[in-house]
Design a protein around this ligand. Structure first.
Ligand SMILES: O=C(O)CCC(=O)C(=O)O
Length: 259
């Protein structure tokens, strides 16, 4: 059933939730620190000139703190509500740490073209565990409704993510063209969350503060989502998944956690 919260999400493609996961912050911090001390084969340092921009994903099966949070918090219920979906299926977890003094920006991008996911009911929840002033995510309001998708690029060097030609939109530059874009961004406290559709264009400034900026993103899909083949290896890749275009994501790898 539609509610005010899912209507705003549907209109803007991004929404801020205050305090929602506050009680889980110590657990999320423990999980992030465990991830930093034993990264997976997918971990990335993103080629920074200064500081550190670490990211890693798909670790919920080995990081108990993440598993506990994903399975036992109300995240799945919130995901279903905001997507206006009967179900919430868990796609993956993603840790993003920008240490203080990291000038590297997160490029403007949509998550969707990197993923093998097709459908309108999707949500990422970006949950910082450090206070955020101007280091958080920035969103182009309404961009989840753009007809074409933005060209995905490698975060390390801005090169094309897929090698084959495709009819992508160019990466937008809202800061050089402010009149044409409505940007949403918020100051945040640990345990707040921004929720955004996989097609909402977003990016982030560098972290020029002396503070750490650690965050966990949880990715969810709803009841209209199916597997789609992309023009190359996706991110995350999920090797040997054996799914075909049009199938729902296999529930033994991507559990339905709501209802
Ligand atoms: O933390 C960041 O800088 C980027 C996060 C992001 O793009 C995401 O969670 O989808």
């Amino acid at each position: 059933m539609e509610n005010e919260f899912s209507q705003t999400f549907e209109k803007n493609g991004a929404i801020l939730l205050k305090d929602t996961f506050k009680e889980w912050v110590p657990k999320i911090i423990a999980g992030i620190e465990r991830n930093l001390s034993s990264p997976s084969k997918y971990a990335n340092e993103n080629n920074v000139d200064s500081g550190r921009f670490f990211d890693d994903y798909c670790n919920w099966k080995v990081i108990n703190e993440f598993q506990d949070f994903i399975f036992n918090s109300n995240a799945a219920k919130i995901a279903a509500e905001v997507m206006n979906s009967k179900t919430a299926q868990f796609f993956h977890d993603h840790v993003l740490v920008k240490e203080g003094g990291t000038s590297k920006e997160t490029p403007w991008h949509q998550d969707a073209p990197y993923y093998f996911v097709n459908g309108e009911k999707t949500v990422s929840m970006w949950i910082p565990v450090d206070p955020i002033t101007n280091t958080g995510l920035r969103f182009i309001a309404g961009s989840h409704k753009w007809e074409k998708m933005v060209k995905p690029v490698s975060w390390a060097d801005d090169s094309d993510f897929y090698k084959s030609e495709h009819d992508w939109l160019p990466v937008p530059e809202p800061d050089s063209d402010p009149g044409n874009f409505r940007i949403l961004e918020w100051s945040m406290e640990p345990g707040d969350a921004v929720l955004f559709n996989f097609r909402t264009v977003h990016g982030a400034r560098g972290n020029e503060t002396p503070m750490r900026r650690r965050a966990l993103s949880l990715r969810w899909v709803g009841d209209d989502v199916t597997y789609i083949e992309r023009p190359g290896r996706t991110s995350p890749p999920f090797p040997d998944h054996n799914m075909q275009t049009g199938q729902i994501l296999r529930t033994d790898w991507f559990p339905i956690l709501y209802p």
